[in-house]
Ligand binder design. Structure first.
Ligand code: COA
Length: 160
């Protein structure tokens, strides 16, 4: 099975890596696809997110990092992916994820969405919370790999 794991990854955290690692053990190929969303101004550029993702997933041989814009269903079709993978952290994720899964299924009935339950230790993580902690000088080493921590420090240093 070839699956796509889409998201903003602004930036990638241990929570995402947990989903990527565990999913990659279950599928033949996993495409991690960063959404190029012009209407959501990110902290990191698309290129920066891709560089970080490539670095932190380099040990997973069947994981490919890519980006997309437009509809996820069109992208999945183009890439030959038959499944979408999304992480579920808490009940609060469920409604939004279910809505996306149902809409995507309506657009392309052959595309299935699989939900991967987040590991409990990462169930509270989000990219925004990590950015907030880092912005105020907090230690984020338990949330993100060192290369991401350094990228965050550089990003926020420049803004002060
Ligand atoms: N660990 C850590 N954080 C996680 C996480 C996990 N396992 N799962 C989700 N998150 C966090 C992300 O860090 C992000 O945090 P932030 O809001 O603080 O940045 C947040 O949850 C949102 O997750 P993300 O996976 O980036 O979803 P999104 O809502 O930004 O994007 C897409 C979802 C890309 C799948 C969706 O917008 C899409 O498909 N867009 C394309 C257009 C389209 O086809 N639209 C129709 C779809 S119905």
């Amino acid at each position: 099975m070839k699956a796509v794991y889409p998201g903003s990854f602004d930036p990638v955290t241990y929570g995402h890596i947990d989903i990527i690692k565990r999913t990659s053990e279950k599928v033949e190929t996993l495409v991690v696809a960063v959404l190029n969303n012009p209407s959501k101004k990110g902290t990191f550029s698309l290129e920066e997110r891709i560089v970080l993702l490539k670095e932190v997933t380099k040990e997973f041989e069947n994981v490919e990092i890519d980006s997309f814009d437009g509809l996820l269903t069109d992208y999945a079709y183009k890439k030959g992916c038959t499944s979408i993978v999304r992480g579920l952290r808490a009940v609060s994720d469920f409604e939004y994820e279910m809505q996306m899964a149902l809409v995507n299924k309506k657009i392309n009935n052959n595309l299935e969405t699989f939900f991967m339950a987040s590991s409990t230790k990462y169930g509270y993580l989000s990219s925004s919370i990590v950015k907030e902690v880092s912005m105020f000088g907090g230690n984020v080493s338990c949330f993100v790999p060192e290369i991401v921590e350094e990228a965050l420090k550089n990003k926020f240093k420049r803004r002060i």
